[in-house]
Design a protein around this ligand. Structure first.
Ligand SMILES: [Zn+2]
Length: 392
């Protein structure tokens, strides 16, 4: 799913909005499904690919090339695989991270990882487009642009060519005004995650909240009452951690005071106070996590020893893990207090907790890992609910 950022930090995630913003440059974006072929998807998950493996991937997605060849005269395609383990990756990337144009269109189909294209629009304004798997983009010849990788430092993209020479960069010397967002601004990733969780039914309506640290003492969190499939960068509030004053946090540190932080901010603040390494905290409400919280009246629920637990960093054989459960109080700060008091003395076995009849909270040291934790836990909860059903 593409994400567009303007110079004033407005974020667009709807393809129609993005297309409209890019129309002055005649840039085309599309979403092309990768499909569910197991072998292909396994190859896409690899860090690096051999030439045979690249050929297999290209063959698996060749219908798109055939279509481009037929309708637009494309003659060649190849698969570029960039990963932090590639020797001279930075030298390679430095050719493209300054403003430049090409004599030929730059046509890419992203099939793994992500990257950021920056563009200079005809009015001189600059925008940045994050491209992710299934995004197809056609940048016409002569469009002033730049490209770099996000902090994940990996991408797999199919490149389509009409000729094989026309994509040598012509540098233009335009100063890039947009700052690199990957470290400074986690909001585009949080917006994409909320959209994905909304579609899975884990953040229905305005429910749930996502946060990420800005610094040791502050974090971004989704504002109260915002629809989780339509977030923009404005729908986040920055919060200061303030445990010393007996509270978990103090009021928003920035100017958009019209937005109120999520009602559940104190839970996130308690986690950041407890775990200095936690960079990200996700809290979602799903039917399964609510049901699992009812399996016991105790303050922990045992997790089945599934292979999937490896996704939470647990590598023992037949691990015996218990998920902490907390009571749901109308006053959220009371839940946060109980989490803080209990975890201050006894760290949980896994970076996650359940609030009874309410939802799950996970924390991690990166956005990618937090995403993975939620996916893994929700899988385990689905399994637990299904196996309960089998028992009858
Ligand atoms: Zn909640």
């Amino acid at each position: 799913m593409p994400i567009l950022r303007l110079e004033d930090d407005t974020i667009y995630t709807q393809v129609s909005d993005i297309q409209q913003e890019l129309d002055p440059l005649n840039i085309q974006i599309n979403s092309w499904p990768i499909g569910s072929d197991t072998k292909l998807n396994a190859l896409l998950a690899e860090d690096m690919l051999s030439s045979e493996e690249k050929a297999t991937v290209l063959k698996g997605l060749d219908k798109y090339f055939q279509e481009l060849a037929k309708t637009a005269g494309y003659k060649e395609r190849d698969l570029i695989v960039l990963h932090s383990s590639v020797p001279n990756l930075d030298a390679m990337l430095s050719k493209f991270d300054k403003t430049h144009t090409h004599a030929d269109p730059e046509v890419r189909y992203i099939i793994a990882g992500e990257g950021i294209f920056g563009f200079v629009r005809p009015d001189g304004s600059q925008v940045e487009l994050t491209v992710q798997p299934e995004d197809y983009i056609n940048v016409p010849s002569g469009v002033e642009h730049w490209f770099y990788l996000t902090s994940s430092r990996q991408i797999k993209a199919i490149r389509y060519f009409t000729t094989t020479e026309g994509w040598v960069p012509d540098y233009t010397d335009t100063q890039i005004r947009l700052s690199r967002p990957s470290v400074i601004d986690p909001r585009p990733t949080l917006i994409a995650a909320a959209h994905q969780f909304y579609q899975k039914g884990w953040m229905v309506g305005t429910a749930g909240n996502l946060s990420a640290r800005i610094s040791n003492n502050s974090f971004w969190i989704t504002a109260s009452g915002c629809l989780k499939n339509k977030l923009s960068a404005d729908d986040f509030v920055s919060i200061s951690l303030d445990r010393d004053k007996g509270e978990f946090y103090s009021n928003p540190t920035q100017s958009n005071s019209k937005k109120r932080p999520s009602a559940e901010t104190s839970i996130h603040a308690a986690i950041y106070n407890l775990f200095p390494d936690a960079q990200v905290c996700y809290h979602v409400h799903s039917i399964e996590n609510n049901l699992v919280s009812r399996f016991t009246k105790n303050d922990t629920v045992p997790l089945p020893p599934l292979e999937m637990l490896k996704g939470l960093g647990v590598w023992e054989k037949n691990p015996r893990l218990a998920m902490p459960i907390f009571a749901n109080h109308l006053e959220v700060s009371r839940i946060a207090d109980e989490i803080y008091t209990r975890f201050k003395d006894t760290k949980p076995q896994i970076p996650a907790l359940l609030i009874r009849d309410h939802g799950v909270t996970v924390w991690a040291d990166s956005l990618e890992i937090a995403n993975n934790y939620i996916e893994v836990l929700e899988y385990i909860f689905r399994y637990m609910v299904a196996s309960q059903k089998l028992k009858g």
